[in-house]
Design a protein around this ligand. Structure first.
Ligand code: ZN
Length: 870
């Protein structure tokens, strides 16, 4: 099996006229004509020449079918069927796979063996088997397994895997339970059938941070977080989060863990956040490692949420997986929804809901507004990696929330129980998912399904009337066209609402209106006076609610609404319209300033909630709102207006802000709990405002004294904003230059808050530093994300931001297409801006498109981005 490859095994090149970017269609799905009864893999690890021996026990399901195995960048060494080498006439080998002709296959079960050679050290795309800091690791979702061996790399082919790893590394890990090991080898066996995208292998000099969990039925599970030597002290929080997740999934969904061991590995070079491989989750080290002095409150909350997310995938994703990649939201939307529920329970539910809505609007509404808009379940794609989007994840989660609201908590649980019972061990579809709800509740969900198939954010307008004690609300829904979808029929929209009397009492507690028509009226009789409506409580549907309102009414709701979301929303709208008016030259809105004063003084409110209300909408949000309102956003004017409003707020409330800043200091050792984090958030929100008055004096003091990363970085951001950060930036770098995760923050903070005219220049200077290890995705994203997070800087009229970005996307694309393509979404808003900016952005997109050898990933993104608005 180790002879050099005979010439006939060399791949046959694809004919040059083959279109490289033909779309894959949902409608073209056909089942795989073979079943895999057992998969055995043997790895002989070597950086330049790893050997992978694969043994597949196969049962044909459809007589006369040929067998296609995906494979990319593999050197085929040997190929045998039932122990006999196949002859070149029996198969066809191309750049994308291996097809065994039907005539060469027996009618009954057979064993197929392949041996291939791969080069993990040369794998810069971080997909398949690759190396990070001398350690071997894998990333197979979505289609990376085909870079490891020839295999039907599609999620509906589920099989039991046995793995043997041979290598000198002290730690050799794979999925399932360990079965045997010795010096230089280890064997693993995974009893649960799984698709290849959940395969994982890790080999390296790693240290374990151990833990333990006893499941509800008494199964003892060994837990480990595997890290580089020296990182063990930063694992305790993640381990606690894992244990809390395991207990929560038993309590909330009745889901128990199903192996003897659960391993998490932290990897420095990773394209995404983390990956739910069966029994062997692989994490970007950024979302595992945490200590008070290196991680912020935000990091702690995210780590807890991502640990939970990947753990929850064990049932929603792994035990029940997706039939094909069009069904990605089946596992991702549901798992995001579950991790949101978990965080809401672990921390503050209202605060979590507000944060989630802010993220949804910033990322998903933005996506829906531009050329990349797509359905939660798309029906075509070129490169599936480009569809791990806010729409699939976040809007996918909103759909689950709407379903739960419509059917109620008990029937939701009943439907989920049925889902787990009916589809365990299967690869399912959105149709299967909805059927479970129809069967458990007796509802017809045909119209509801449009949330999955129709792209775009519905607009909801409202007309009100009050006559003879009856108040009525008439809602009208409409969804603007999106690329490839012009017709948008009415959807089911659950509208949670309540009514308040003018003296602030709630006269109608929360109820859910079920809107199914394009226009629909709801009447509320028996009211003594015209009520004030509180609409879309808890943000009950992912829609844009357009209801003209006065500043006075918004201030009233901010003061009196009983629903924390709509209460915050009223304040947000107050701030947003004040800012939008100021962009047009208006003065600060008195009603808004007064409301902020009342809010600051109200100590009955959760500090985290006050912090959320105090923080102004970002410049990007204002640009989005102006565009939505039919205007052309001017980034400089927005930046200027926001600065003026911050100064006005600070000037109007200096005393109470100083008092708040002092009162919110958290004494004692740093703890990452929600209550302490809320106080720090309010303290920093006050500091942002005070910095507008003291040019950074207070921020400098906090920076010098801080004993935790939240305050240190928060103070540093204020100093950058004030243009007084050079000393602090140098000190920060000096202290943290050996810490990769903290240095990422250093790169980001000075760009995100830099003056607009200086941002691109600063980015260029930072990119020239030896510390800018651009091949590391975290470092690349830290710098690029810092620049694109600076709205007025990125969109500067010079075009320097666009140019800098395009230069680096081109460079990264040749190295790591997935990470490059993902970052290209910064260009999704170009059509909002003035013709001069549009021309500059278009020129950069055209420049990227013209690069010879551009990846399929980037090619698809740029083609979609460049399309004029639907
Ligand atoms: Zn996920």
């Amino acid at each position: 099996m180790t002879d050099p490859a005979p010439a006939t095994l060399a791949p046959e090149p694809l004919p040059p006229e083959t279109p490289a970017a033909a779309p894959i269609l949902l409608a073209a799905y056909t089942p795989y004509p073979f079943r895999l009864d057992q998969v055995s893999l043997r790895f002989q690890l070597d950086p330049e020449a790893t050997r992978v021996h694969t043994r597949l026990a196969v049962t044909p399901l459809t007589p006369g079918a040929g067998m296609h195995l995906d494979g990319e960048a593999l050197k085929l060494i040997a190929l045998r069927l039932d122990g006999v080498a196949l002859s070149p006439a029996d198969y066809r080998l191309t750049e994308t796979g291996l097809t065994l002709h039907a005539a060469a296959l027996p009618e009954g079960p057979f064993v197929l063996e392949t041996e291939v050679e791969i080069a993990p050290a040369a794998n810069t795309a971080l997909e398949g088997l690759y190396m990070s800091n001398g350690m071997y690791c894998t990333q197979c979702e979505a289609e990376g397994f085909r870079k490891i061996t020839y295999y039907p790399d599609r999620p509906d082919v589920m099989a039991r895997f046995e793995v043997r790893i041979e290598g000198p590394q002290p730690v050799l890990l794979s999925n399932g339970n360990p079965t045997a090991s010795g010096a230089g080898w280890a064997e693993w066996s995974d009893p649960w059938p799984k698709p290849a995208y959940l395969f994982a292998l890790v080999a390296g000099d790693l240290r374990a941070y151990p833990g333990q969990f006893t499941t509800a039925s008494g199964r003892e599970v060994a837990l480990n977080i595997w890290v580089r030597p020296g990182d063990e002290p930063r694992c305790a929080f993640a381990m606690g989060a894992l244990q809390r997740s395991m207990a929560w999934d038993e309590r909330a969904y009745g889901r128990e863990y199903d192996l003897d061991i659960f391993n998490i590995v932290a990897v420095d070079d990773f394209n995404m956040g983390a990956m739910e491989n069966k029994g062997l989750n692989i994490f970007n080290s950024k979302w595992v490692l945490a200590s008070a002095d290196t991680a912020t409150d935000f990091d702690f909350e995210r780590i807890e949420g991502i640990i939970a997310h990947e753990y929850f995938h064990n049932w929603t994703g792994n035990r029940i997986t997706c039939r094909d990649w069009f069904q990605l939201c089946l596992k991702e939307g549901l798992t995001v929804y579950r991790d949101q529920q978990f965080t809401a329970e672990m921390r503050s539910a209202p605060v979590k809901r507000i944060e989630d809505v802010m993220t949804l609007r910033a990322r998903q509404f933005r996506e829906d507004q531009g050329p990349l808009a797509h359905a939660v379940r798309p029906d075509s794609y070129v490169e599936i990696n480009n569809f791990y989007t806010a729409t699939v994840y976040e809007k996918g989660a909103e759909i689950i929330g709407m379903l739960k609201l419509l059917v109620g908590d008990d029937l939701y649980r009943k439907a989920l129980d049925l889902y787990f019972e009916r589809h365990d061990g299967e690869a399912a579809t959105i149709e299967d998912w909805l059927k479970v709800f129809e069967d458990a509740t007796g509802r017809d969900l045909a119209q509801f399904k449009r949330w999955y198939t129709d792209a775009g954010t519905p607009r909801l307008t409202v007309e009100e009337a009050y006559e003879a004690g009856t108040y009525s609300l008439t809602f009208t829904q409409s969804t603007p066209p999106t690329p490839g979808q012009t017709e948008k029929p009415a959807r089911v929209i659950p509208i949670a609402m309540g009514l308040l009397s003018p003296n602030g009492d709630e006269v109608l507690p929360t109820q859910v209106l079920e809107m199914t028509e394009a226009q629909q009226r709801f009447d509320f009789p028996g009211l003594a006076s015209r009520p004030i409506p509180s609409l879309l409580r808890g943000f009950s549907a992912p829609v844009v609610l357009e209801r003209p309102s006065t500043a006075a009414e918004r201030a009233f709701l901010l003061a009196h609404d009983t629903d924390p979301f709509t209460r915050w929303e009223a304040g947000r709208q107050l701030a947003r319209s004040a800012l939008m008016a100021m962009v047009g030259g208006a003065d600060p809105e008195a009603e808004h300033l007064a409301a902020i004063g009342r809010l600051l003084a109200d100590e009955s409110l959760d500090p985290a909630f006050r912090a959320l209300c105090l923080r102004l909408p970002g410049e990007e949000e204002i640009a989005q709102a102006l565009f939505e309102a039919g205007q052309t956003p001017d980034p400089d004017a927005i930046h200027g207006a926001r600065g003026r409003l911050l100064r006005a707020m600070a000037g109007a409330h200096e005393e109470v802000l100083m008092a708040t800043y002092t009162a919110m200091a958290v004494p004692g050792d740093y703890l990452p709990d929600a209550a302490s984090a809320g106080k720090r958030a309010l303290r920093l929100a006050a500091l942002v405002l005070l910095t507008r008055l003291d040019a950074g004096a207070r921020a400098q003091k906090l920076f010098d004294a801080a004993d935790n990363m939240t305050e240190s970085l928060g103070a540093l951001a204020c100093l950058v904003e004030a243009g007084a950060a050079e000393t602090a930036l140098a000190a920060f770098k000096n202290r943290w230059q050996h810490d990769r995760l903290v240095m990422d923050k250093w790169f980001t903070v000075q760009l995100a808050s830099a003056a607009p005219y200086a941002a691109a220049k600063r980015a260029e200077a930072l990119a020239a530093l030896p510390e800018f290890d651009w091949k590391n995705p975290n470092r690349f994203r830290a710098l690029m994300g810092g620049l694109s997070g600076n709205h007025a800087g990125f969109h500067h009229r010079s075009g320097a931001g666009y140019r800098f970005y395009a230069d680096w996307l081109i460079k990264m694309d040749a190295h790591n297409p997935q990470t490059a393509a993902r970052m290209s979404t910064v260009f999704e808003t170009w059509q909002r801006y003035d013709p001069a900016r549009q021309a500059l952005a278009q020129a950069e997109l055209a420049r990227i498109r013209a690069v010879p050898g551009l990846s399929r990933d980037m090619g698809e993104m740029v083609d979609r981005l460049a399309k004029p608005r639907a």
